[in-house]
Design a protein around this ligand. Sequence first.
Ligand code: IPD
Ligand code: CA
Ligand code: CA
Length: 272
Amino acid sequence: MNQSISGISGYDDFLSVAKSAARAAGDVLKEWLGKALVTEKSPGDFVTQADFASQQTIQEMIQAAFPGHDFLGEENSPGGDRPGQPIDSEFCWVVDPLDGTTNYIHQLRSFSVSIALLHRGNIVVGVVYDPLLDEMYAGSLGGGASLNDLPISVSPCQDINQSLLVCSFSTHVQEDSIELRRFTNILCHTRSSIRRLGSAALNLAYVACGRLDGYWATSLNLWDMAAGTIILTEAGGVLEHIDSKPLQLDDPQFVAANNAALLRQVSAALRG
Ligand code: IPD
Ligand code: CA
Ligand code: CA
């Protein structure tokens, strides 16, 4: 086993299993597209047969390769929306088997598989796979970031008024909420263009490869952002907690950007 943990070099074996599992899960998602039965977990929060089938595929492959590792997948997490996450365990795989379920249900062709490995609470490996475009984003701690095995890096944009940003909203946005105020602040007081695309994992991957310049989100779970986070930081990007303190994996509200200069401008614009 080629592990950088305990002094062995590289995360290649973990990355390789993560990529294989993501590809296999992507095949499952393609098979079920347009056919999967949809149910509602809670009002406005949908899940399909494909989410479960994808997770089962990933879980079986990861547990076969690494039987001693913990596994946290969105579709079997205990405790509902924000479960106690075993992120401090020795090794824990954190998986979103289908990120962008709403897009998937509508056959809007933007969704992904997201697989991360945490080692004692630190994200060390991440892959985000778009099965329809056959785009595999990957990153590992100290090993750089890639798209289909070619190195990627963030955009050079330094000016919010020339930036393309993306954001995620919670399922039920409240009137007069801070979430809405942040959006109004940035929309009304900058000339940045803002998108909402429907897959948090892809949003981070797109900032990593320079298609987007920044991203903010306040309603995510760890499985939405863990893989994208290591891909982004390895591509040269930065993230911090939305309250301008260090990123916290147990409270994954953040601003992400291609560089510190843009991150400061986005954070300031959100504050208004
Ligand atoms: C959702 C997507 C969406 C984000 C939501 C997530 P799901 O994940 O990432 O972009 O706005 O907060 O829950 O439910 O499709 O896995
Ligand atoms: Ca998700
Ligand atoms: Ca999901």
